[in-house]
Design a protein around this ligand. Structure first.
Ligand code: NDP
Length: 285
């Protein structure tokens, strides 16, 4: 392997340490402690683990946790009432509705009810609009984590050819918008893209967010390119990304592993968003 590894675990820890120090300084200066509210509906074990992880991580950096766990029998109106209550609660800087919700609840519609100033997942249409227009706002966590990894490795984004494979609202589109805001020349690929390998070979920065195990091969990678693998795929041989790591690492200059690359950055950026939301709320009150 000739590529240098991007250690997402270490960078996420760095970010979390920085946030802990910033939260303490913020509180010491007389400001209200930032608060993160999670809303979990139903008893899906994976969702419960994710919510627990987010609450634990926020407690570790000094963010106050507000946990609302509703039974699977909760009605949409009940969830709406909780979201309205949290929107109005000054102790709550950020609100996160854990998806997926049970089938009888339209999770993506309910997400739109979250106040844009508290949208720490950065997924409401208002947050997406602010990002598309290049206006200040809360950015989606995984895409923001991708940019943070590039920044902390001093990867030149301005003027770079960036190719994003995947155009989901969750990852592909916001990553592309963030790279554009960094003045990269961005190409977004998807399932109808013609000659995907050739397009990928143009990239100085190649982002894979497809959800197909090891689809991006080493000979799709331009020598020396930075390869960021967002994919998380569970296979019989364990967790793998969307990039065939072995072959890509022979060609790339920098590469993220899976696991331990982009994954750990998501929660770190959620904490960053919660602190940013608390600061913005204080500035506007
Ligand atoms: P989606 O399924 O929502 O989107 C996948 C995208 O890939 C679509 O735009 C689709 O194109 C495109 N695509 C599918 N097949 C091909 C193909 N053969 N060639 C080119 N493009 C293709 O996935 P997400 O964006 O939500 O997630 C992508 C991956 O990232 C997943 O593995 C997911 O688990 C992971 N992930 C990781 C996170 C983390 O914290 N690290 C967080 C979120 C996601 P089209 O639009 O044409 O259908």
């Amino acid at each position: 392997m000739s590529a240098k590894l991007i250690d997402g675990k270490a960078i996420a820890q760095q970010v979390r340490d920085e946030i802990r120090a910033e939260v303490e300084a913020w509180v010491a200066a007389g400001n209200r402690r930032p608060g993160l509210a999670t809303v979990l509906v139903g008893d899906d074990p994976a969702s419960a683990v994710y919510v627990g992880g987010k609450q634990k991580a926020s407690a570790e950096v000094g963010i106050e946790g507000f946990r609302h766990d509703l039974p699977a029998t909760a009605t949409e109106d009940e969830v709406v009432a909780v979201l309205h209550e949290l929107n109005a609660d000054e102790r709550v800087s950020g609100i996160l509705l854990q998806l997926p919700t049970p089938a009888h609840i339209d999770g993506s519609r309910l997400t739109t009810l979250i106040d844009a100033g508290k949208d720490v997942d950065g997924l409401t249409p208002i947050s997406a609009g602010l990002l598309a227009k290049g206006l200040p706002g809360l950015r989606p966590c995984t895409p923001a984590g991708v940019i943070e990894l590039l920044r902390r490795h001093d990867v030149q984004m301005e003027g770079a050819e960036a190719v994003v494979v995947g155009r989901s609202d969750l990852v592909g589109k916001p990553v592309a918008a963030l790279l554009l805001a960094e003045n990269a020349t961005v190409t977004v690929c998807h399932s109808r893209t013609r000659d995907l390998p050739a397009v990928c070979r143009r990239a100085d920065i190649l982002i894979a967010a497809v959800g197909r195990p090891e689809m991006v091969k080493g000979d799709w990678v331009r020598p020396g390119a930075t390869v960021i693998d967002v994919g998380i795929n569970r296979t019989d041989s364990g967790l793998v990304g969307d990039v065939e790591f072995e072959s890509a690492a022979e060609v790339a200059g920098l590469i993220t592993p899976v696991p331990g690359g982009v994954g750990p950055m998501t929660i770190a950026m959620l904490l960053r968003n919660t602190l940013d939301a608390a600061r913005a709320a204080a500035a506007s009150s």
